[in-house]
Design a protein around this ligand. Structure first.
Ligand code: FAD
Ligand code: ZN
Length: 472
């Protein structure tokens, strides 16, 4: 038997994809990385995943786990040697169980995030992980990247939402760790090791996730602001006024909204006059467990206070679900509009909230000095201290010149992030995009410990090689 026949024997020949049919699996979402694969395989069960990994281990074949392929750091794309097997989890999309007394749901890794949210909703519960790619990213990919999104402020990152995992190790063994326990102090935290490891330690095949009560009512508003300082003041006010009911606080540069409207003319900025051309906007969301009236009263009181104090210039409060969705849609369309406009350089950074305004001011100025005319595309999850601090060519550069300057732009922005005690990857991960930058900014002891863990869990180095760490 040749190698394709051996793989076909494990997953079925219709689930071994090669040649032109594999192109979408070996190209990343942004079109930045184009790899090649020996084959793409689509196992239908944990046992099949384990057999594929055992086959790869026996044949020294690299394994590239893949979910919805929406990652932004090239983590799910194989290199161009054509030697790796891409293991796509998308067939493993069953919701295995829901336990409403324990408030847990067990889903397979290939479940589309939206399907997990819907299954929770059908059971009268909330699964709060939410991001713009939720219609195509998978739960496994979310956990492997420790995804963030728009509800982190209240519910935490993906790691905070998981109680147990089922994992296929680099030797092809199955770790049955689908415990639904909120307390379990029986040793090292392996669950959190696999999460955020971007497929470099093993393949997540299923997870037991936490469910929450559905909010009874939600209020959404778009606030027009003069500065990031004002946004931070508003965030503080919203935190103290709403407590745990504050579920979203997104910062959006005015230019991002202009970009969305230019790209999608059916969308509109819901302000008139000067409020429609402010430098900054914030999207605010409150989730209430009492009633719509209670929510509205609290919401209006805090926003009214901010308008009176003058640090919010203007506000539009959604009157109904349709308007609320339209506001969120504006925010979620930013990365899509950005993609439609062409290539950009993305930085997914976190900075202590208290220093965010200064960071943006200092870094913008340094970028303009080094690359006059470069365009800033800034939006993100201010409530989590996480900005997507992206730059586009604007009129000053062609896409090609901008990309040629990428190493210098990265260096400038990442150095600035480092000076502000921030992180160069807040939520998207490292993949291949930021791998070479880790040694520049990570504590050397921390990096050495990461290498030891990689060596211990994947001694043959077959799991997603070339991602996160450079292993010699
Ligand atoms: P993939 O892209 O397929 O894989 C991502 C990484 O995880 C790769 O390294 C891959 O090898 C590994 N992997 C995938 N599945 C498994 C598995 N089962 N076991 C082990 N490793 C695995 N991210 C955020 O955090 N917050 C956001 O707000 C956000 N917004 C986005 C908006 C858009 C429009 C897009 C395109 C992306 C956005 N992302 C965001 C990035 C991306 O959606 C997330 O990283 C997502 O979690 C990736 O899921 P995926 O299934 O597409 O994973
Ligand atoms: Zn984000």
């Amino acid at each position: 038997m040749n190698q394709y026949e051996e793989l076909a024997e494990i997953v079925g020949s219709e689930h071994v994809i090669t040649g032109d049919d594999a192109v979408s699996y070996v190209t990343d979402w942004r079109g930045r990385y184009q790899g090649r694969a020996l084959a793409v395989v689509r196992p239908g069960s944990t046992e099949q995943v384990a057999r594929v990994v055992r086959w790869c281990a026996a044949n020294a074949v690299p394994v590239v786990p893949q979910g919805g392929n929406t990652g932004l750091c090239g983590g799910a794309t194989p290199d161009d040697s054509g030697s790796a097997v891409v293991v796509s989890l998308t067939r493993m999309n069953a919701i295995r169980s829901i336990d409403t007394d324990n408030d847990t749901l067990v889903a397979e890794a290939g479940c589309i995030l939206q399907a997990v949210q819907q299954a929770a909703r059908d059971a009268g519960r909330l699964f709060p992980l939410s991001l713009a790619a939720e219609g195509s990213c998978t739960l496994g990919g979310n956990l492997a990247t420790n995804a963030g999104g728009t509800q982190v402020l209240r519910y935490g990152n993906a790691r905070d939402l998981v109680l147990g995992l089922e994992v296929v190790t680099a030797d092809g063994e199955i770790w049955h760790g689908l415990r639904g326990l909120r307390k379990d102090n029986t040793g090292y935290d392996l669950r959190n090791l696999f999460m955020g490891s971007e497929g470099t330690l093993g393949i997540i095949t299923a997870a037991s996730v936490k469910l929450y009560p559905m909010p009874v009512a939600q209020c959404t508003a778009l606030l027009a602001l003069n500065s990031i300082e004002d946004a931070v003041t508003m965030l503080s006010l919203a935190r103290s006024g709403f407590g745990a009911s504050l579920t979203g606080f997104e910062l959006i540069a005015g230019s991002c909204l202009d970009g969305v409207v230019a790209c999608y003319p059916q969308q509109r900025i819901p302000f008139e006059g000067p409020s429609a051309t402010m430098p900054w906007y914030a999207l605010l969301e409150l989730s209430d467990s009492e009633s719509a009236d209670h929510a509205r009263e609290r919401f209006e009181a805090v926003i009214g206070q901010a308008l009176e104090a003058g640090f919010v210039h203007d506000a539009v409060i959604a009157e109904n679900i349709t308007q609320s969705k339209a506001l969120w849609h504006l925010r979620e369309s930013i990365p899509l509009a950005e993609k439609a406009f062409g290539k950009s350089i993305k930085h997914d950074v976190s900075i202590p909230v208290s220093r965010m305004a200064e960071f943006v001011q200092v870094t913008n100025a340094a970028l303009q000095q080094a690359f006059p005319g470069i365009e800033h595309v800034i939006f993100g999850h201010l409530g989590d201290g996480n900005l997507h601090y992206n730059v586009a060519p604007g009129k000053a550069f062609s896409e090609e010149t901008l990309l040629e300057k990428q190493p210098q732009v990265y260096q400038l922005v990442h150095d600035s992030v480092h000076r502000f005690n921030g992180s160069i990857s807040a939520e998207h991960g490292v993949g291949q995009l930021k791998r070479d930058y880790l040694p520049l900014y990570k504590d050397p002891v921390e990096l050495a410990l990461m290498h030891k863990i990689k060596q211990a869990l994947d001694p043959k180095g077959i799991m997603n090689p070339g991602k996160v760490l450079v292993v010699n």
